[in-house]
Design a protein around this ligand. Structure first.
Ligand code: SAH
Ligand code: DHB
Ligand code: MG
Length: 219
């Protein structure tokens, strides 16, 4: 039922072209896991990019480039997206798909563990960012969030995928480290005046999960 609804939404409201389909297919053909955001979620990311008028985007977790392509397409011509991917072979697949989708000039894929990429970004003076999408190794989501929060402009958004984790977010006794990390992130944000945030549970072709969406407040 969830899949049928996603398919209906895709058929009516979304505009997936050949390059996007090809991005998913070539990721699959190369043996990458099929864990990209769903098409309706990808459209939501595009709407966020446009709503904040983003020009600088940072993504944690490229996979085959699906979400990066969508967000990059919502950028203006002078917008830039940096996306961090631990695996060289995934990054290669992503680069090809990004090129084929016509956004190669706006997107840079960096290979290596994101935590190692951050000091380099810092040194280069990358940012401030308008939008950060956190979708890599889930145990590090709070670390990525903390780094991003100091480098996202007021009025910018930080979005973290996979925080609900089949509903385990609501279970204080859940032993999974990834779930504990999402609970810790929520607890850290509790009462933090620098952000105003919410978490929205989602169902769809990718099962039951959810996004944390945080607006960075002014100084
Ligand atoms: N954002 C993508 C999906 C990302 S899936 C989309 O929606 O299209 C999560 C990705 O994070 C995987 O490709 C995985 O290899 C990558 N990843 C895992 N650990 C990482 C790390 N420490 N640093 C950077 N990327 C990592
Ligand atoms: C996984 C990662 C994701 O980003 C996602 O949306 C779903 C699953 C995973 O690592 O299993
Ligand atoms: Mg995800």
């Amino acid at each position: 039922m969830f899949s049928a609804v996603d398919e209906f939404v895709a058929a009516t409201l979304l505009d997936e072209d050949e390059a996007l389909t090809a991005a998913v297919e070539s990721a699959e053909a190369a043996g990458l896991p099929s864990i990209q955001v769903s098409p309706p979620q990808g459209k939501l990311l595009q709407l966020f990019v446009r709503l904040v008028g983003a020009k600088r985007i940072l993504e944690f977790g490229t996979l085959g480039g699906y979400s990066a392509i969508l967000m990059a397409r919502a950028l203006p011509a002078d917008g830039r997206l940096i996306t961090l991917e631990a695996k060289q072979e995934y990054a290669e697949v992503a680069r090809q798909s990004i090129e084929r989708a016509g956004v190669g000039d706006r997107v840079e894929v960096r290979v290596g563990p994101a935590l190692e990429a951050l000091p380099i970004l810092e040194e280069e003076g990358a940012g401030p960012f308008d939008l950060v999408f956190i979708d890599a190794d889930k145990v590090n989501t709070p670390n990525y969030f903390g780094w991003a929060l100091d480098r996202t402009r007021a009025g910018g958004l930080i979005i973290a995928d996979n925080v609900v984790r089949g509903g385990t977010l609501g279970d204080a006794a859940d032993p999974d480290e990834a779930t504990k990390a999402q609970r810790r992130l929520h607890e850290e944000l509790c009462g933090d005046p620098r952000v105003s945030a919410t978490t929205i549970q989602t169902v769809g072709v990718k099962g039951y999960d959810g996004f944390l969406i945080a607006l960075v407040e002014g100084a």
